[in-house]
Design a protein around this ligand. Structure first.
Ligand code: C5P
Length: 236
């Protein structure tokens, strides 16, 4: 019997399309989703999506973090909706009209709003005129995005419980910054284990280098998926 794929989006941050496609083939038996980011999309465009999907039914998460005037974002969202991504990211800071424009332009795709980039600290936020602690800005932007029709939000696992409290049960919470116990943090400052991220209310865990940087990405994905299944079994 094949196990249900784990709620993991593997970040295919590869230098070239062949590597991304190889990683996708290795991990798709174990995970629900693969994530195509700016680097790959800027270089290869729609071919990147076709290559990582291959012949599989894996969901594609198109992480383009759109941020422009509503008409431009609507046109961009419409252009990529043809590729049938399950998720497309926009910046919540683009405002409600921009978010709604994306939602309406891509009705079969879940628009995921990025609240505050985890690379920004409180001092950086002050410098760009967003007063108050980052956690307040995250909650404010989460509520704004959901009010404008976003069906998903990207936030740090450390913020997931507060965001869940703000937006209720129906919004998909997507969390990067996930590190299995013992894995290196690399440049992620605020990390949580996969089990802790799900416990905090995350629905989809973005994991890149702990899987793609492993000697065998398929085995690494399978191991994390199995650990998550064990933690569900323990919790029930
Ligand atoms: O390799 P790693 O697990 O750190 O990859 C995380 C992925 O999530 C990267 O593709 C990164 O761009 C993305 N991401 C992030 N933090 C955010 C939003 C997206 O790390 N706030």
């Amino acid at each position: 019997m094949t196990a249900v794929p784990a709620p993991i989006a593997v970040a295919l941050d590869a230098p070239d399309i062949e590597t991304a496609a190889r990683w996708a083939t290795l991990v798709t038996p174990h995970v629900s989703t693969v994530k195509v980011g700016l680097e790959l999309y800027m270089r290869y465009g729609p071919d990147a999506v076709a290559s990582v999907r291959g012949a599989s039914r894996v969901q594609v998460f198109l992480d383009l973090k759109l941020h422009d005037i509503p008409a431009t974002v609507a046109a961009a969202a419409r252009a990529v909706a043809r590729l049938r991504p399950a998720y497309l990211t926009v910046h919540a800071a683009g405002g409600p009209a921009m978010i709604r424009a994306a939602v309406e332009a891509a009705p079969s795709t879940r628009i995921a709003a990025v609240t505050v980039l985890t690379s920004l600290g409180d001092a950086d936020l002050g410098a760009i005129g967003l007063a108050g602690p980052a956690s307040d800005a995250v909650r404010r932007l989460a509520a704004l995005a959901v009010g404008a029709g976003a069906q998903a939000l990207v936030c740090s696992p450390r913020e997931a419980a507060a965001v869940r409290g703000e937006v209720g049960p129906d919004i998909t919470l997507i969390t990067p910054g996930v590190r299995p116990t013992g894995a290196a943090n690399q440049d992620q400052a605020r990390v949580a284990t996969p089990e802790a991220a799900l416990e905090a209310g995350a629905d989809l865990l973005v994991i890149g280098r702990p899987i793609t940087g492993a000697p065998d990405p398929g085995a690494a994905a399978a191991a994390i998926a199995a650990a998550l299944r064990r933690s569900y079994a323990d919790a029930s």
